[in-house]
Design a protein around this ligand. Structure first.
Ligand code: NAG
Ligand code: NAG
Ligand code: NAG
Ligand code: NAG
Ligand code: NAG
Length: 386
């Protein structure tokens, strides 16, 4: 059967000129026939030369088509179609509904709400790591859709394997929108051994510290935990998606445990107050994968410097404020530790650090990078508990 079919098609496709159907309808309720005689019969259109990516589509239908031919293309990025649906839903329905209702018109609208590397949201993430900027560009390129958008929401779940520079790209193209980290939790891996609660686990505190520092240095204005408190299994959760939390309620329901993650959050949220401004901080002479940090000027005119040591060596760090360059504060940063330093603002902070065995620090000119964190800096919900 299959062979016969191919032969028939080859014969038809060889027809060199195309004749249209001479249609004849016998019944208004019916479709039509194509009339042929000894000198005339309709033919299907000859197959054109195909370019890679072309699709030739033939249609026959009840109404008026017999082998109607259209050529289309595979789109390079079929995601852009999904992005456009999301964009149009926002500008035609969601945005106007939120903005015209007096109960909701003060709400902020954030788009995306997914992982850094995904083509998301909720699309083929983890398979096609194309970057959050692709989606955000499609939505914000539309002036009307963009007018409903206050900010961009990000999740942390693939921060470990996708470059934070995608946030710089988003900020540089859309600096009128803020970036906020809206969801994170440790212990989210499918892997049995690392899923759920691990009481006292320091690595998870380090994951928080590293992620917050990295994202704040790449224009994020805040970082929110997914959970305020969970039970000792990491639930309850209706699909058994058990994870970890900075606060864990003990099985007796009378005690709760504050995890290392809880204190890490506090190293930021207690000092980097809302409306703080990130200022430039320069770490010199150290391996940035071991010693990292971020600096802010808070509204109380205090300079806040958070330093995180992920390594197992101690560091002697010489801290220098660029506005008082004749002074240095020598601070030890213990192995696997996070430290927050606060001092009255002198002008703009510059930090210099050296490894214990390292060469003497070189002085550097100060630079100022200023932006306003005008909304919810570090809404670490767990702090509301105490
Ligand atoms: C055959 O059909 C064509 C198209 O309808 C028509 O022009 C032609 O006159 C017909 N020839 C004969 C011999 O009927
Ligand atoms: C991330 O991207 C930046 C800028 O493109 C690059 O300098 C840096 O080396 C990248 N980091 C990693 C870990 O690939
Ligand atoms: C601590 O957490 C890390 C990261 O989730 C995990 O790899 C490690 O196994 C945990 N350690 C313990 C002792 O649970
Ligand atoms: C603690 O609270 C949970 C949820 O209400 C309940 O199922 C459990 O029995 C309680 N445990 C104790 C020891 O009271
Ligand atoms: C902060 O410091 C600057 C510069 O010294 C000063 O102009 C400003 O008034 C201070 N603001 C507050 C709230 O103290």
């Amino acid at each position: 059967m299959r062979v016969v079919l191919i032969v028939v098609f080859s014969f038809i496709l060889d027809a060199s000129c195309q004749k249209k159907c001479v249609s004849k309808q016998f019944d208004k309720e019916s479709s039509f026939v194509c009339a042929c005689n000894s000198t005339y019969c309709d033919e299907i259109p000859p197959l054109p030369q195909l370019v890679d990516g072309d699709i030739v589509v033939y249609t026959t239908d009840i109404k008026d088509k017999r082998f109607d031919q259209v050529t289309m293309k595979f789109s390079q990025n079929s995601n852009s179609r999904i992005f456009a649906i999301y964009r149009d839903f926002l500008k035609q329905f969601l945005g106007p509904a939120i903005r015209t209702n007096p109960l909701t018109n003060h709400l902020k609208i954030m788009i995306y709400d997914f992982n850094r590397g995904s083509c998301g949201p909720y699309g083929s993430d983890r398979i096609m790591e194309c970057g959050a900027d692709k989606f955000i560009d499609v939505v914000l390129a539309d002036e009307s859709a963009s007018s409903y958008v206050d900010g961009v929401a990000m999740h942390w779940y693939d921060d470990f394997n996708y470059n934070a520079s995608v946030l710089d790209t988003i900020y540089n193209r859309h600096s009128d929108k803020w970036i906020l980290h809206t969801e994170a939790c440790a212990g989210f891996y499918e892997d049995e051994s690392t899923h759920g609660v691990a009481l006292g686990n320091w690595t998870r505190g380090e994951q928080y510290a590293h992620d917050i520092i990295e994202n704040l240095n790449h224009w994020s204005t805040g970082w929110t935990d997914w959970n305020m408190a969970l039970d000792t299994k990491g639930g309850p959760n209706w699909v058994n998606n058990l994870v970890d939390s900075p606060t864990v309620v003990a099985d007796d329901n009378l005690t709760f445990y504050k995890q290392p993650m809880f204190y890490v959050l506090g190293h930021f949220s207690k000092f980097i107050l809302p409306n703080s401004i990130r200022i430039s901080s320069k770490f010199e002479g150290v391996d940035p994968s071991l010693l990292e940090g971020v600096a802010f000027l808070n509204p109380q005119n205090q300079t806040v410097l958070v330093i995180h040591n992920r390594g197992s060596d101690s560091y002697q760090v010489a801290i220098q404020d660029a506005c008082a360059s004749n002074q240095v504060a020598d601070v030890e940063i213990e192995p696997n530790s996070i430290k927050t330093l606060v001092w009255n603002h002198q002008c703009v902070g510059t930090t210099q650090a050296t490894q214990p065995q390292g060469t003497s620090p070189t002085k550097s000119a100060s630079t100022i990078s200023v932006y306003y964190l005008n909304l919810f800096l570090l809404i670490a919900t767990v702090w509301f508990l105490v």
